[in-house]
Design a protein around this ligand. Structure first.
Ligand SMILES: Cc1ncc(COP(=O)(O)O)c(C=O)c1O
Length: 516
């Protein structure tokens, strides 16, 4: 298989902000030729058990894995090992969490699996991707899982009596078990596939919200929420008359727990917040908040978009009632996400969208609903994408989420040290000293300069960062800003990339100051 690197022609900047003052034309993109063969593949992508008679030949994967030596040496089980993927288990059980070496360079270990990251960008400079909070890059194991599904097993699920449909259904449902294990769900019945996290939140607002909220009931959110966790509740408030409240921030850019407690009352029916902010990078103490929320008689929804790719997430340990995630943030395909909720809650909720797949029996005027989780999944789902998401989970589990978190903490400290040394630059959110578990990203503002100009100029040096409001407009308004520049890292990020980014950023700031 030959993968063609993506040209660097993605739209830049933020539509709501004025155009950059510095107009830049991209220099012709020089792409490195990358030929990815099946024999170079590392982690097995399907995590499957013994091939059943219904299964086609799995994709050819070589025995030698980029990750395997480290894993084998430490005696870890691969998530794709049949014994490790048998049924639903806690995420801790299927990954290499026990032996975390903080000095371990995960970028060196994983980079060969990400051919896109080896491309040469402008002026012969290597591409540096620092936009993981927007979307992750995909390892070749995920690409191969997609290719294998569409090349060997493609059929509609749950419907056909034929072998392709049976194989597609098996892959689709097996992926659901992987998601359940990834978040520590009690069963795969608790995992509802959605298009993304936004749809999962809308599902809860439309079904649970409309069935349970009346005028005067309160939904408690926070000022740091992504628009996906603000707008669905605004729409719900318009439909039901419920009231939205928002917990504020401390001076360090963390959740203000006193304000949170003061806004939580017997009127609160639901609390919905991020586990990790995509702009502040702070980690909210969900397990600490859950008992408070439940004592007030409310339910707790956790937006885990920015935590799932970077740390171990376990719904039982968090004590939440709903949790949502997007596959594309954690190395899986776009167009796929999920809602986790306790089975009893899902049973009590009315369906979301109507159509095929979600019914048990249809009369001309009435219908009955399919069992969980299919009651919430109308129409033909994103089958290949679900299987690709399962392959992404296998990949992450094979590394181990605690290992990822440890490496990214080290990267975060380096990123902050380099950025804090730049005059006139302010980073939003807590420092690694204030919050050691904070996320590996930095949204920053440079006095007198526009974030779009900074991002555009860095792009011309092959460095991809984001600029704009990052779908947290109210949070930016809280700081009196229309936007920030944001560098967000992943486990494939190298220390050398952080250093080059910081050097180019310093040069960019100097250039912009000189020319403005
Ligand atoms: C914290 C957070 N919540 C929700 C979302 C929405 O994710 P999606 O667009 O995949 O639905 C994002 C995406 O940036 C996010 O960072």
């Amino acid at each position: 298989m030959t993968l063609t690197p993506t040209p660097l022609d993605a739209p830049r900047g933020d539509a709501t902000l004025p155009a950059p003052a510095v107009a830049l034309s991209l220099v012709a993109v020089e792409e490195a030729a990358m030929s990815v063969t099946a024999s170079e593949a590392s982690i097995a992508s399907d995590g499957s058990k013994e091939p059943s008679p219904m299964q086609s030949e799995p994709p050819a994967v070589a025995a030698a894995s980029v990750l395997q030596p480290a894993i084998a040496t430490a005696g870890f089980a691969m998530a794709s090992d049949p014994a490790a993927s048998d049924g639903v288990r806690s995420s801790a059980a299927t990954s290499a969490e026990s032996a975390v070496d903080p000095a371990e360079d995960l970028a060196a270990l994983t980079r060969p699996d990400f051919p896109l990251l080896s491309q040469i960008a402008c002026l012969g400079q290597p591409l540096i991707y620092l936009d993981y909070a927007a979307t992750s890059q995909k390892p070749r194991q995920v690409l191969e899982a997609l290719q294998h599904y569409y090349g060997h097993d493609n059929a509609n699920v749950h419907r056909g009596a034929h072998q392709l449909s049976a194989r597609a259904t098996e892959g689709f449902e097996h992926a659901r078990e992987k998601v359940a294990a990834f978040v520590g769900a009690a069963s795969a019945r608790e995992i509802v596939y959605t298009r993304n996290a936004s749809e999962a939140i809308n599902l809860v607002a439309r079904t649970w919200g409309e069935a349970n909220l009346k005028p005067g009931d309160e939904v408690l959110l926070t000022v740091m929420e992504h628009h996906s966790n603000l707008v669905p509740w605004q729409l719900l408030a318009a439909r039901t008359g419920c009231v939205l409240r928002h917990a504020g921030l401390t001076a360090s850019g963390e959740l203000d727990l006193d304000d949170f407690r003061s806004k939580l009352s017997e009127r609160t029916r639901l609390v919905s917040l991020v586990q990790v902010s995509n702009t502040l990078g702070c980690l909210n103490p969900i397990a600490e908040l859950a008992p408070l929320v439940h004592a007030a008689g409310a339910l707790l929804l956790v937006d885990a978009c920015q935590s799932l790719p970077h740390q171990r997430v376990n719904v039982a340990e968090l004590g939440c009632d709903f949790l949502v995630g997007s596959s594309h943030k954690f190395c899986g395909p776009t167009g796929m996400g999920f809602l986790w909720a306790r089975e009893a809650l899902l049973e009590a909720m009315p369906p979301f969208l109507g159509g095929g797949e979600m019914i048990q029996d249809v009369e001309l005027d009435t219908s009955t609903w399919a069992d969980l989780p299919h009651k919430f999944e109308a129409g033909t789902p994103a089958i290949g994408e679900a299987i690709g998401m399962g392959a992404a989970i296998d990949y992450l589990q094979a590394i181990g989420m605690d290992r990822i978190h440890a490496w990214e903490q080290r990267l975060t400290r380096r990123l902050f040290a380099r950025l804090q040394a730049i005059e006139g630059l302010t980073i939003l959110g807590p420092t690694p000293e204030q919050q050691p578990n904070r996320a590996a990203l930095a949204a920053f503002h440079v006095e007198g300069l526009h974030a779009n100009d900074i991002a555009a100029l860095l792009d011309s040096s092959g460095i991809c960062i984001r600029s704009g409001h990052h779908c947290t407009q109210p949070l930016h308004r809280h700081y009196g800003l229309s936007g920030t520049a944001r560098a967000s890292l992943g486990f494939t990020t190298t220390e050398a990339e952080i250093d080059r980014f910081a050097e180019e950023l310093e040069g960019t700031i100097g250039f912009l100051r000189e020319h403005s």
